[in-house]
Design a protein around this ligand. Structure first.
Ligand SMILES: [Zn+2]
Length: 240
């Protein structure tokens, strides 16, 4: 079986496509209906423009790397945590830019499991990204995504894009205010080989690193605020 027809999480037949751009981010930016009137360009191929005609268009999805169950009922908690997190960011933009993201304000006492679910959402997005580049997913990532461990091989950081775009020329693909940065393959002296990339929603850019031979045990009770730095990486909570 090739990676296109086998779910990378459970091994069953893959029949579900993950969004490259989160559907809720597309809807927040452009609405729910088919995009008849706005001509939103998703990519340019030579002289040809490819238009986005709605939030469910195939052009904003990866190939089939997951089964329906893993991409829907099993990962619903991850999608919900992501939406709660990003909705908080955009309904409290001024406070978030000034003071950071208060995880206690979003989730209160339930934050520990919600942080894991949020990281699992980002992990799913990152794994699909790697699969689309014909790369293999490590067991450490699969175990984190299937609740076998809370030890996580992903490091997530957040940028304010104003500075980010100034310092970085990594943009690979862009739909107006949503963007996927280029994916990089790098090596760290201490932790070894890793991949890195980013995903931006308006000014809010999530940067990720995925270590192939290193995982981090998180201390989520003690994560209170995620700062949004403008000039340097700010690592997400216990992920550093
Ligand atoms: Zn599956």
């Amino acid at each position: 079986m090739t990676k296109e027809n086998k779910c990378f999480l459970c091994g069953k037949a893959a029949n579900s496509r993950e969004h490259r751009y989160k559907k809720s981010d597309l809807i927040r930016s452009y609405g729910k209906e088919r995009y008849k009137n706005e001509r939103i360009i998703i990519a340019r191929e030579g002289e040809r423009d490819i238009y986005l005609n709605g939030p469910n268009a195939d052009v904003v999805k990866y190939d089939k790397y997951l089964c329906n169950e893993c991409n829907n009922s099993r990962s619903q908690k991850m999608d919900i945590a992501y939406d709660e997190f990003v909705n908080y960011v955009f309904t409290n933009e001024n406070d978030v830019k000034k003071y950071g993201i208060s995880l206690d304000k979003i989730w209160g006492d339930g934050k520990k499991i919600k942080i894991i679910n949020l990281l699992q959402y980002y992990a799913k997005h990152i794994c699909c990204r790697l699969l689309s580049a014909d790369l293999t997913i490590t067991d450490s990532a699969i175990q984190f995504l299937t609740d076998k461990t809370q030890s996580c091989p992903f490091i997530i950081s957040f940028w304010d894009s104003i500075e980010y775009y100034k310092y970085s020329k990594l943009i690979n693909e862009e739909i107006n205010n949503l963007c996927l940065g280029r994916m990089l393959h790098m090596r760290n002296k201490v932790y070894g080989e890793y991949y890195a990339g980013d995903y931006g929603v308006r000014w809010f850019v999530m940067s990720w690193k995925y270590y192939l031979n290193h995982s981090i045990n998180m201390d989520m009770e003690n994560i209170k605020i995620i700062k949004i730095e403008k000039r340097s990486f700010t690592h997400f909570g216990a992920l550093f």
